[in-house]
Structures are given as structure tokens and as C-alpha cells.
Ligand binder design. Structure first.
Ligand code: CUK
Ligand code: CUA
Length: 674
């Protein structure tokens, strides 16, 4: 009886919660054909009677059927594109197949993840995470925003993926041969980044700008010294493609005013060598509502224009090599503002109003800037910018940086709607801009040199509060068009409720036809996706298994701890114990590991399988350890056997009929028994 009451109570509570959570929602505008429009024979390509019956029973409209046909990928068939989406506050990257929108993998980046064995065991992947520690604080979270695929000649080459952590100014490198994170670097002079990650057409660098300004050198300074001491930075992380690593010794930064730099994009083709970044606090507001100051959201939005930052990174890279042109701050070479101005590296241009996204067109000739509080997008011409620079037609800001005249560099403005944020392009000369406040995607034409050629074509409602969009191969010199993923903030009424925290979601508009249509809704099941990049599937050359047995995935080379059958052993040297183990269906060798309390243990496991998919996991109870040892991999972990007792270790992947037997005992003898 008591049990029944508590079940009823729980049910009532759940209902109450559901009701409360739907009460809060804004009522969405109806945006799709009502579900009760029946499909008639002859529609939808003359469906056979049995299919017609299914469609009508499920209340599908002809448009629904079209959408299903365009996205359904039959069992065993593959998607056409990979979409690499940021996983926001979950600190990872989500890999999605397009057009099916099936999730293929979450790549653990800034956050430990047990299935992938990422971030456990003191060395290996835990050392990768430690690369992003802030001083001696271990950082085990991340806020990923902008993935960037590596490029060759302005096209995605499918080799590497970079992504930033906005929270702690870090950038990670993912190797797309095995979809694993290889490196995390921390900018020593910043605590938040946002304009990252962006790469130039040949990925010589990974570009990053700061978001919230902090004192130069990331020192302490009271907020009252904001103008004097607080600064932004553009950091050019040198990328060593051979090694697959960011080379911090050859990276450098350019000092920027404390204007809160936002998104960036790299030039391409004719504008290669340049980078463009927005900012949204040229007011240099410092908040402090508790002292009677204007709150940040008002203080930061006072002026009608902010500044686009235009910098010549190629020239900056040359300057950074010259003696006396940089100052080394916390080990990083920094080009200070006066040097940047003197060398003609850094310029500003006004942009309306609280700008967010800046996106270079595929031909590299134009930049689209979207201002959150301005209903237009503004198109700048790279040629006009170059001419204004050559003519030295500028005023200066209070840091002495040249400010080009808006009218000299602006080419066109297109009124699109409320809250424009981000722009992508297709292969037919169109731009697509997300409208956050309108919850819509606007399609508009690029007019080349003719300002009258920039025109709004169509608006597609999306559900809801759209942020970024991502078109197929959209960041390249040759976009495919075809699909455009909308990364939305709120689903409101799109999915079964999981209140109060609802799934963030992505929608798939079809942009291959004359009229845009949403053809798929996909809940993320994980943090807020900001940006994503979509690459043709055949450009990714992922390994089926590691190239040889005994492979170290961190260094992507043979491991010195490779252990083959017959070589399994336990070596003891005083308190130091080293274990060389193999795993194969269905045993772990050795099966007994005997230790003494206090032993320092280093444990290597080689998965000697060569068959695709024959992964063995490894969990060791009581040690906060989870490994995924893929075919051919040698993994290593370390711990101190601090607690005596009897422990079981076992394989976590149901790899064979005798998987449950794939285990062993670790016995740690107490001091008295030794
Ligand atoms: S941001 Cu999230 S909607 Cu970080 Cu690129 Cu614009
Ligand atoms: Cu190996 Cu289960």
C-alpha cells in the first residue's frame, strides 16, 4: 500500500513538473502544415496503396514524405557528409551523419569520458587534459564553440579538427585518423576566448581571439584600471601538420584593445593572409550594477557601432620573427599595439550594432557582418578595405589604431529581420543568415560589386532561437549548398518533454531545392551546439584499426610498451611494479596481479586484435579508471596501490560469448602480510 502511494505521488509530481514546465513556454507560431492533411493517391509520386495507408495512419503530409525520402538512410548505407558539431558545455564534439542526422560519436575533448577511456590513468589521455590546466588547477570541463576543419588550398582536407574552450582560453587538436583528441593548449595570457578556432586556407596557424578582456599577461588589476591595463589578444597558434600538434614556441599574439573581440574569419584566395574579427564592447563598459553603474548588457550596447578588427597575420608572422618587435609575456611573443600600428598590421572599421558573426564569402572578396541589434547584414569589400588602407584614409581610436571610414569600406546592406547572427554560403551565389529573434533563416543573393544585387530571397522559420548555421563544405572556397544545418537553442514543443532541461537541437533545412524546407529535427542529447562544420564523407580517411599492433595513439607511432603474446609479465623493482598485459577475445593475461600496499604501479595493456571493432575496454574497480583499448592499441595507466584488498578487473566491451570471463584479480596485500 505504502509503495502504491509513493508511486502515485511520484506520478503526480511528474505530471505537476510537466505542466509547470509547459506553462512557462512561449506559444510558438504554427510553422508547418497541419498533420491532418491527408495524402491523396497520385500525390507524393503516386504512392502504392499500402504506403498511402501508412502515411495516412501516421498523419504524414506529402511534405513529410518528401522529407523522409530525403533523409532516410537505409540500414547498411552511409551518409553523404560528416557534421562536426560543438557540444557546448559538455566540453566535447559531436559527430553526426548528414542527411540522416544520426549521431556517430561524441569525441571527448575537454571533459573525461569513460566509454572512450579518455582522461583516466594519470598518463596518456590524462596528460592531454593536463595540457590545458590553468596554473595548478586541473580543468576537467570545457565550453566548446567553434570547430574548424583543417584546410588545404581553402578546402577541407579531412585531416584535423580544432576546437576552442571559451571558458579557459584553450584550443584542442583532434586527429581525424582516429577521431581522438591529441593536444590541448592554454593561452598563457588569457582566460576566455571566443573567436576560435579559425584556420587560414592552408592551416599554417589556428587563429584565436580573446572574448572578455583581462589585464595583459593575465595578471591581477582592479576593474578601475580597465582602460590602462585590460587588453584583448589575437593569438596565432602555429600548427605543425607533420607532428599534428600546435607548436607553442612558434606561436605569437597581437595585443588588441579591450573591446571584447567576438567571432573571426580568415581571408581566403585574394584575402588570404588577413583575418577579420568583430567586437562588441567598444564602449569599454565595466559593469558594476551593484555600485550603481549601468549593467553590462546596457553599458556594452550604448554605441551605434563597434569595431571590426582587420589584421594582416602574414605580415604579423614576419614581424614576430624580427628582434625587438615583440615582448615575451608568460613565454608567448606579443606584438604590442604601437608596433602593430607602426608596421601596418592592425586596422579597425565601424560595424553596426553589437555585431556577432563575420563570414568571408567563398571567393574571399566580401565579408558579411551580422549585428545582433541591427536588422541588416552589412557587406564589406576586401578591395575597398585595401584601398582605404593604401590611401591612409582613417581616423584613430584612443589606442592610436587606424579606424577606416565606414562608407569607404562598406559595399551593401540587406535588411533581413531581427537578430541576425551568422552567415553561410552555397554554390549558387546565395548567403544564408540565421535570425535569432525571428527564429528564422534568411536566404539572400550575393551581388558581387553591385550593391543592388544583394537581396533578400526567402525566410524559413526554424524551431527556435537559432544560433549558427552550417552549410555543406560551407567554410571553404567551394561550398556544396545542398544542406544547411540550423543549430537551435530551444526546442520548446519539438520533442517529448524532458523538463526542465530540454534538449538543444539541430534542424536540417534542405537548400538544394528552390524553396527551403526543414527535413529533419534532431535533439542533441548533450550541451548547446554553437557552430558545426560539414565535410564530404569521402574526405575523411579514418583508420579501421591502428596501423600495427602495439600502437600509441597519443604519439601516433609504435609504443615502446608493446606487448605480444608470450611477453606478458610483471616486473618488480622495490616498490615499483610494471605490468605488461595483453588482451584478446576472451582473456586478459596475466589473470592474477599481486601487489603490496603502497606499490607504484605502471600498467600497460596491448590489444593484440587486428579485426575491426574488436575493442576491449578495461575497468579496475576502486581506481577511478576506465580504458578503451582499440584494436592494435597499447594503453598505459599509473596509480599507487593505496588501499589493500582484493579487486576485480574486467573487459567492459561485450566482445565475445565469453566476455564475462574476460577478467582477472588484483590482490593488494596489507603491510602486515608483506
Ligand atoms: S557563438 Cu553561439 S550562437 Cu559562440 Cu559562435 Cu553565435
Ligand atoms: Cu573483451 Cu569483453
Amino acid at each position: 500500500m505504502k509503495r502504491l502511494i509513493s508511486i502515485l505521488l511520484l506520478a503526480a509530481l511528474a505530471l505537476g513538473l510537466l505542466a509547470a514546465c509547459s506553462d512557462e513556454e512561449p506559444t510558438p507560431e504554427p510553422t508547418q502544415a497541419p498533420a491532418n492533411v491527408q495524402v491523396q493517391a497520385g500525390e507524393a509520386g503516386g504512392l502504392p496503396a499500402d504506403l498511402l495507408a501508412v502515411a495516412n495512419e501516421r498523419g504524414l503530409t506529402p511534405q513529410d514524405i518528401r522529407a523522409a525520402l530525403k533523409t532516410y538512410v537505409p540500414s547498411g548505407k552511409m551518409d553523404e557528409y560528416y557534421l562536426f558539431s560543438s557540444g557546448g558545455q559538455s566540453g566535447n564534439v559531436v559527430v553526426i551523419g548528414v542527411p540522416s542526422m544520426r549521431i556517430l560519436k561524441n569525441i571527448a575533448v575537454f571533459t573525461p569520458e569513460a566509454w572512450q577511456g579518455y582522461g583516466y590513468g594519470d598518463i596518456g589521455t590524462e596528460e592531454v587534459l593536463d595540457g590545458g590546466n590553468v596554473d595548478d588547477t586541473k580543468i576537467r570541463m570545457g565550453d566548446t564553440h567553434h570547430p574548424a576543419l583543417s584546410e588545404t588550398n581553402g578546402d577541407y582536407d579531412g585531416q584535423f579538427l580544432f576546437i576552442n574552450d571559451k571558458a579557459s582560453a584553450r584550443v584542442a587538436v583532434i586527429d581525424l585518423r582516429d577521431f581522438e583528441t591529441k593536444q590541448i593548449v592554454k593561452d598563457p595570457n588569457l582566460i576566455s576566448n571566443h573567436g576560435s578556432s579559425f584556420v587560414p586556407p592552408n592551416t599554417e596557424y589556428v587563429i584565436q581571439t580573446s572574448q572578455y578582456a583581462t589585464p595583459l599577461g593575465w595578471e591581477y588589476a582592479p576593474i578601475s584600471e580597465y582602460k590602462e591595463k585590460y587588453r584583448g589578444l589575437a593569438t596565432m597558434y602555429k600548427f605543425d601538420r607533420e607532428k599534428g600538434r600546435i607548436d607553442m614556441d612558434n606561436s605569437f599574439s597581437i595585443e588588441l584593445p579591450p573591446y571584447w573581440q567576438d567571432l573571426c574569419d580568415a581571408g581566403k584566395l585574394g584575402s588570404d593572409g588577413w583575418a577579420f574579427c568583430n567586437s562588441f564592447n567598444s564602449e569599454m563598459a565595466t559593469g558594476g550594477i551593484e555600485q550603481g553603474n549601468p549593467p553590462f548588457e546596457a553599458g556594452v550596447s550604448q554605441r551605434d557601432t563597434d569595431y571590426m578588427h582587420i589584421f594582416n597575420w602574414k605580415k604579423a608572422a614576419e614581424i614576430a620573427e624580427q628582434p625587438g618587435k615583440t615582448e615575451v609575456i608568460n613565454g608567448m611573443r606579443v606584438i604590442r599595439i604601437p608596433t602593430a600600428v607602426e608596421e601596418g598590421i592592425l586596422f579597425l572599421a565601424p560595424e553596426p550594432k553589437s555585431p556577432h558573426g563575420v563570414d568571408v564569402t567563398p571567393d574571399g572578396k566580401y565579408l558579411t557582418v551580422a549585428g545582433k541589434l541591427d536588422p541588416h547584414v552589412t557587406i564589406y569589400s576586401f578591395d575597398k578595405i585595401q584601398k582605404a588602407i593604401a590611401d591612409k584614409k582613417w581616423t584613430t581610436d584612443e589606442f592610436g589604431i587606424p579606424v577606416l571610414n565606414f562608407d569607404d569600406v562598406m559595399l551593401a546592406q540587406v535588411e533581413l529581420g531581427l537578430g541576425p547572427l551568422h552567415t553561410q554560403y552555397d554554390d549558387k551565389g546565395n548567403g544564408y543568415t540565421s535570425l535569432f529573434l525571428d527564429s528564422a533563416v534568411a536566404k539572400w543573393t550575393l551581388g558581387g560589386e553591385d550593391p543592388a544585387g544583394y537581396k533578400l530571397v526567402e525566410k524559413l522559420p526554424v524551431q527556435y532561437n537559432i544560433g549558427h548555421i552550417s552549410s555543406a563544405e560551407g567554410g571553404t572556397v567551394s561550398p556544396d549548398g545542398k544542406y544547411l544545418v540550423a543549430l537551435n537553442k530551444w526546442p520548446v514543443d519539438r520533442f517529448l518533454p524532458t523538463c526542465p532541461l530540454k534538449p538543444q537541437n539541430e534542424q536540417l533545412p534542405d537548400i538544394g531545392s528552390d524553396q527551403m524546407n526543414i527535413i529533419y529535427d534532431m535533439p542533441m542529447g548533450i550541451g548547446e551546439p554553437h557552430y558545426a562544420q560539414m565535410i564530404k564523407a569521402d574526405k575523411i580517411k579514418a583508420w579501421e584499426t591502428y596501423p600495427e599492433v602495439g600502437w600509441d595513439p597519443i604519439t601516433q607511432s609504435p609504443s615502446e610498451f608493446k606487448t605480444m603474446p608470450g611477453q606478458e609479465r610483471i616486473e618488480r623493482d622495490g616498490n615499483n611494479v610494471e605490468i605488461f598485459m595483453t588482451s584478446i577475445r576472451s582473456h586478459l593475461t596475466p589473470e592474477h596481479v599481486t601487489l603490496n600496499k603502497g606499490d607504484n604501479v605502471t600498467w600497460h595493456i596491448t590489444n593484440i586484435e587486428t579485426a575491426p571493432d574488436a575493442t576491449h575496454g578495461f575497468d579496475l574497480g576502486g581506481q577511478n579508471l576506465s580504458l578503451s583499448i582499440e584494436p592494435g592499441e597499447t594503453a598505459t595507466f599509473k596509480f599507487v596501490a593505496n588501499n589493500d584488498g582484493t579487486y576485480a578487473y574486467y573487459c567492459t566491451e561485450f566482445c565475445s560469448a565469453l566476455h564475462l570471463e574476460m577478467m582477472g584479480y588484483m590482490m593488494v596485500a596489507p603491510a602486515a602480510a608483506q
